[in-house]
Design a protein around this ligand. Structure first.
Ligand code: HEM
Length: 416
């Protein structure tokens, strides 16, 4: 159904194959012609593509809500179309209630908490590289299962299930709806894993251990304990937020470093460059390309008539390529770029709670791969990108070869 009072109208669908073929070009055109525009795809939504619009909307939670409503269908409120998922806390909660949940999440994701995880992150990185280092070839898309196993272990879920958690969550955000992969995730894996999560939550109430789920079941909001529902909603978000995003960042970075050997050598010789470089990789690749909000009242936004219930896409990836965001020569990847006020972790109250953990995992992986496989080569023709690149952008397959090297952990180390 067309919406004649919404304008300007553009032909745009962030999930289309045309978009997946060239997301950067598609957003460049939008920014130049109609930085705030309406598209009829997926029942209709506004697309905000320039830095200022994305920044302004993301900081106005009262007009651009993240809460779950029935506008635009059922499911996760921050994707268009909505993806079938359990309620996620705090990403689907608006202020003021938002703050009491985010406060708890901050306690487990703050820099000091991540500092305590560094040995575990390094251990899993070593373990994953050990699995392939003697063979001299690997699919880098698999090695980067590290973010998944770290997240599952940290939460207190069964570590041996890490790959099922990661593939199910990745499929719901990046596979084509109704594809066998999507159906497997939604109809088989997620129900199975959800049941497991409910069981672990109940078990940790009785027997707390040293993990995030045990911590959460002992927390309070409004002077009462968090319910199992709330704990589940937080844990499910931490899996979904932690798994695909960091993997995407590292995968895209490894491919780019192969294509830019001089930069690869600079970082290998001086790992101290990695911190600043990671900020630039985040800006340039924007693993989470775009997320959504819902308009809470009729409003004119940058000359455009928005209506209550309209869905709005905030294109982080596009804002990150906007010169007006302070990025000189935005389509160039410059590892020395500073300051770098990128929007890859979002903007405003909902800015990524896992940013420190994501950075730490990326640092460990990129650092150890450059150290132990410094001559890796990627078979560029064998790269398989995600079919949809609208929310999570990245590669399903990254075939790589390198000079074989020695393992570091005993052969019988089963991780952990
Ligand atoms: C490179 C890695 C990552 C990227 C690019 C990324 C991206 C984002 C973005 C764009 C948002 C904003 C959502 C919004 O405004 O609607 C967000 C929120 C969030 N992310 Fe991340 N993320 C990454 C890693 C992680 C990790 C490792 C975790 C946790 C284990 C995590 C957990 C979360 C949570 C809990 C939120 C919701 C925060 C809130 O609503 O207050 N993320 N992330």
């Amino acid at each position: 159904m067309s919406s004649p009072d919404r304008c300007p109208v553009v032909h745009f669908d962030h999930h289309s194959p045309e978009h997946a073929a060239d997301p950067v070009g598609a957003y460049r055109k939008l920014r130049a012609e109609h930085p705030v525009a309406w598209t009829e795809a997926h029942g209709g939504y506004w697309v905000l593509s320039d830095y200022e619009s994305v920044f302004e909307a993301a900081r106005d939670d009262y007009t651009f809500s993240s809460a779950r409503t029935s506008y635009g269908g059922e499911g996760l409120s921050v994707t268009i179309p909505k993806t079938p998922m359990h309620l996620h806390i705090p990403i689907e909660i608006d202020p003021p209630d938002f703050r009491k949940y985010r406060k708890l999440v901050n306690l487990i994701t703050a820099p000091a908490a991540v500092e305590r995880m560094l040995d575990m992150i390094s251990h899993y990185t070593t373990w994953f590289i050990d699995r392939v280092i003697e063979a001299g070839e690997a699919d880098f898309a698999e090695i980067i299962g590290v973010p998944s196993i770290v997240t599952i272990d940290w939460l207190g879920l069964p570590v041996e299930e890490w790959s099922r958690y990661s593939s199910a969550h990745r499929a719901t955000l990046s596979a084509v709806a109704d594809s066998p992969e999507f159906r497997q995730a939604v109809e088989v894996d997620l129900p199975y894993l959800s049941k497991q999560m409910w069981e672990v939550i109940a078990e940790r109430r009785l027997n707390p251990a040293d993990d995030v789920i045990s911590f959460l079941v002992q927390q309070q909001v409004d002077d009462r304990p968090l319910t199992d529902e709330e704990v589940f909603a937080i844990v499910d978000l931490l899996i979904s937020g932690g798994v695909g995003t960091t993997a995407s960042l590292v995968g895209q970075t490894l491919v780019w470093l192969y294509q830019n050997p001089d930069v690869r050598l600079r970082i290998k010789d001086d790992p101290g460059l990695l911190d600043r470089a990671i900020e630039e990789f985040l800006r340039y690749f924007s693993p989470t390309q775009a997320l959504a909000r819902t308009v809470t009242k009729d409003v004119e936004f940058r000359g455009c008539p928005m209506r209550t219930g309209d869905r709005v896409l905030l294109a982080w990836g596009s804002a990150n390529r906007d010169e007006a965001g302070g990025f000189e020569n935005p389509d160039a990847l410059d590892i020395d770029r500073w300051p770098n006020r990128h929007t890859a972790f979002g903007v405003g109250l909902h800015r990524c709670a896992g940013s420190h953990l994501g950075r730490a995992m990326a640092r460990s992986l990129i650092g150890q791969i450059l150290e132990r496989m410094p001559d890796y080569e990627i078979d560029l023709d064998g790269l398989v990108p995600y079919a949809r690149q609208g929310v999570n952008i990245g590669f399903h397959k990254i075939p790589a070869r390198f000079t074989p090297g020695p393992r570091r952990l005993p052969r019988d180390d089963r991780s952990g």
